[in-house]
Design a protein around this ligand. Sequence first.
Ligand SMILES: O=C(O)CCC(=O)C(=O)O
Ligand SMILES: [Fe+2]
Length: 314
Amino acid sequence: MARTKTFALSAEELEQFARDGYIGPFDLYSEEEMEGYLRQTRPKLLKTSNSVYADGQTVSGNTNLAASYDRHLDVDFLSEHVTRPEIVDRVSSLLGPDTLCWRTELFPKYPGDEGTDWHQADNFSSVDGAKHPHIVWPEDAEFGGTITAWTAFTEASVENGCLQFIPGTHTSMNYDESKIMEYNPEIINQMDKDGVKRGLFGYDYRQLQKDPDWRPDEDKAVSQVMRQGQFILFWSTLMHASHPNSSDTKMRLGFASRYLPTQVRVYPYSDELLEFGARASLDKFGCVLTSGEDKYGHNRFVDTNVNGFRFPVH
Ligand SMILES: O=C(O)CCC(=O)C(=O)O
Ligand SMILES: [Fe+2]
């Protein structure tokens, strides 16, 4: 029998999400719980030899992929986290009963680090070195993009770099993801945008603007202050960014888990990930079924719940 969806979104919340492109924050872990999980998990995160991208060839000195991508496939706490009903019930209220998690990313921001620059992601080809779309919706789909659950593994304040959104911007793209954007690690923490230190982990996202003279309407931006252990849901096509970490000691750690309905094809054009100047094989990659069932067979799934041992299901 199907579990009752305890954390489904209300009609009002659904309406709000449709209008604003985000909803939350919601409580998930208490601060003490989150701190405990973090303490347990940190050593595992530092050990990247079991990461599905461990064999990733570094193209230009960046080991981002093995350390910070898809660690839910090798770190138990993160495997459980991506399937938490507090997140998944709400996600399936938005995407329908059959959902998968296709990507997770750790987003640390250390004191002095730049803010994440404004961006929108539809098919995720923008940061792909080969310009392959990472996700492909059916042709008749009304929208693209993915739903991200961003969890505050530490406190996220304006001072240490909380997220910012521009409400209602998720329905049209200001960026052309098929444009070429150069990866340049030398610009990390070096870019000044109207007096604010902002960049996109070695990319200048402004290179993708459809209109080079356009500027995000930052007057409409809202800061998403979150206490440790909360999460927020947003469309990847929403204009989003984060403040620089201007604190002296408070590292900020966000964990993004990205969800789709099972009819979307994940990495249909590529057998490797090519991002942030790094390259890694997708051999060990698989989606995680987070609710319902897969009636399409488009994607390869992995089971992450058998004593931490993973194997392809099909
Ligand atoms: O954590 C950040 O600063 C950026 C997060 C983000 O861009 C995302 O989750 O898509
Ligand atoms: Fe993003």
